[in-house]
Design a protein around this ligand. Sequence first.
Ligand code: ZN
Length: 314
Amino acid sequence: MSTQSHWEGHHGPVLERQGEYTVIACQACGFAHIIPIPDAESQQRMYREKYYTEMIPDYIERHTRDQPWWDHVHASRLKTLESLLPVGARRILDIGSGPGGFLRAARDRGWEGLGFEPSEQACRHCVGTLGLNVRQEFFTRETDLGEGAFDAVHMSDVLEHIRDPLAMLRAVRRVLRPGGACCVAVPNDFNPIQTALRRDRGFSPWWVSTPDHINYFTFDSLQRLLERGGFEVRQREASFPLDVFLLLGIDYTDDDVLGRQCHGWRMRLERTLYDMGLGEALTDVYRALAKHDLGRHAVLYATAREGAASPEER
Ligand SMILES: [Zn+2]
């Protein structure tokens, strides 16, 4: 019987402990998250001021260097979104637009984009260098962009940082027109390879990153949350299963340089396949991995359900 823990209405079995935080499989929320949940003010300060300067200082530079690979990733996501939408759908919102790679790829495919990005450095890069339409703000449930203003929403590596991800998804649904589509990507945590290496091979829980990662999703828990938020999930996709390197004996979990090298090999593999015209095969492989809960990220595509808001929402 596993240990249970609770905090302000959140309760469930303990998955991990890290410093002052405990990761629980929260029965109230339906997904794993840390308790205590950091307060809004200290969290906002972190993203506005420190995230791209202190926590990941060379992120923008790395992103620019990795741009040709990102272009493939983003084009593939846009292609899937386009397949779920009528021809002519052209307004897209990117929440947590970071260094702007997705909005740039969207612009190249004829989309009209708007980004929300709290980091001053990232925002300056988007607006000043790339000429994109990005607001230096948090997108929250109070953000008023008009109901149904967008055909599509992209939100990558955001939900794991959010104090109330359900409220966020409902806010996303409100800005989408009925039938509009979203692409949500989060780290695929406590996945079968991670769990087995932790349990049987003495690995530390390297994917647990407190307090910046509050939530720890799986394909299923993210799908349930999207459904509660008023979406119908249409496609599940994994990203490259980076933990395969660990199975090959290449332990990058405590070695940033090696981690970066593994990322480089992964980019080389994917770019080579795209260049060989095997991009679609790669997408199929990643959809198959998702069926087994494998892959570093869970990428879900969903469409906004039509009709009135659920009673729970009012
Ligand atoms: Zn909870």
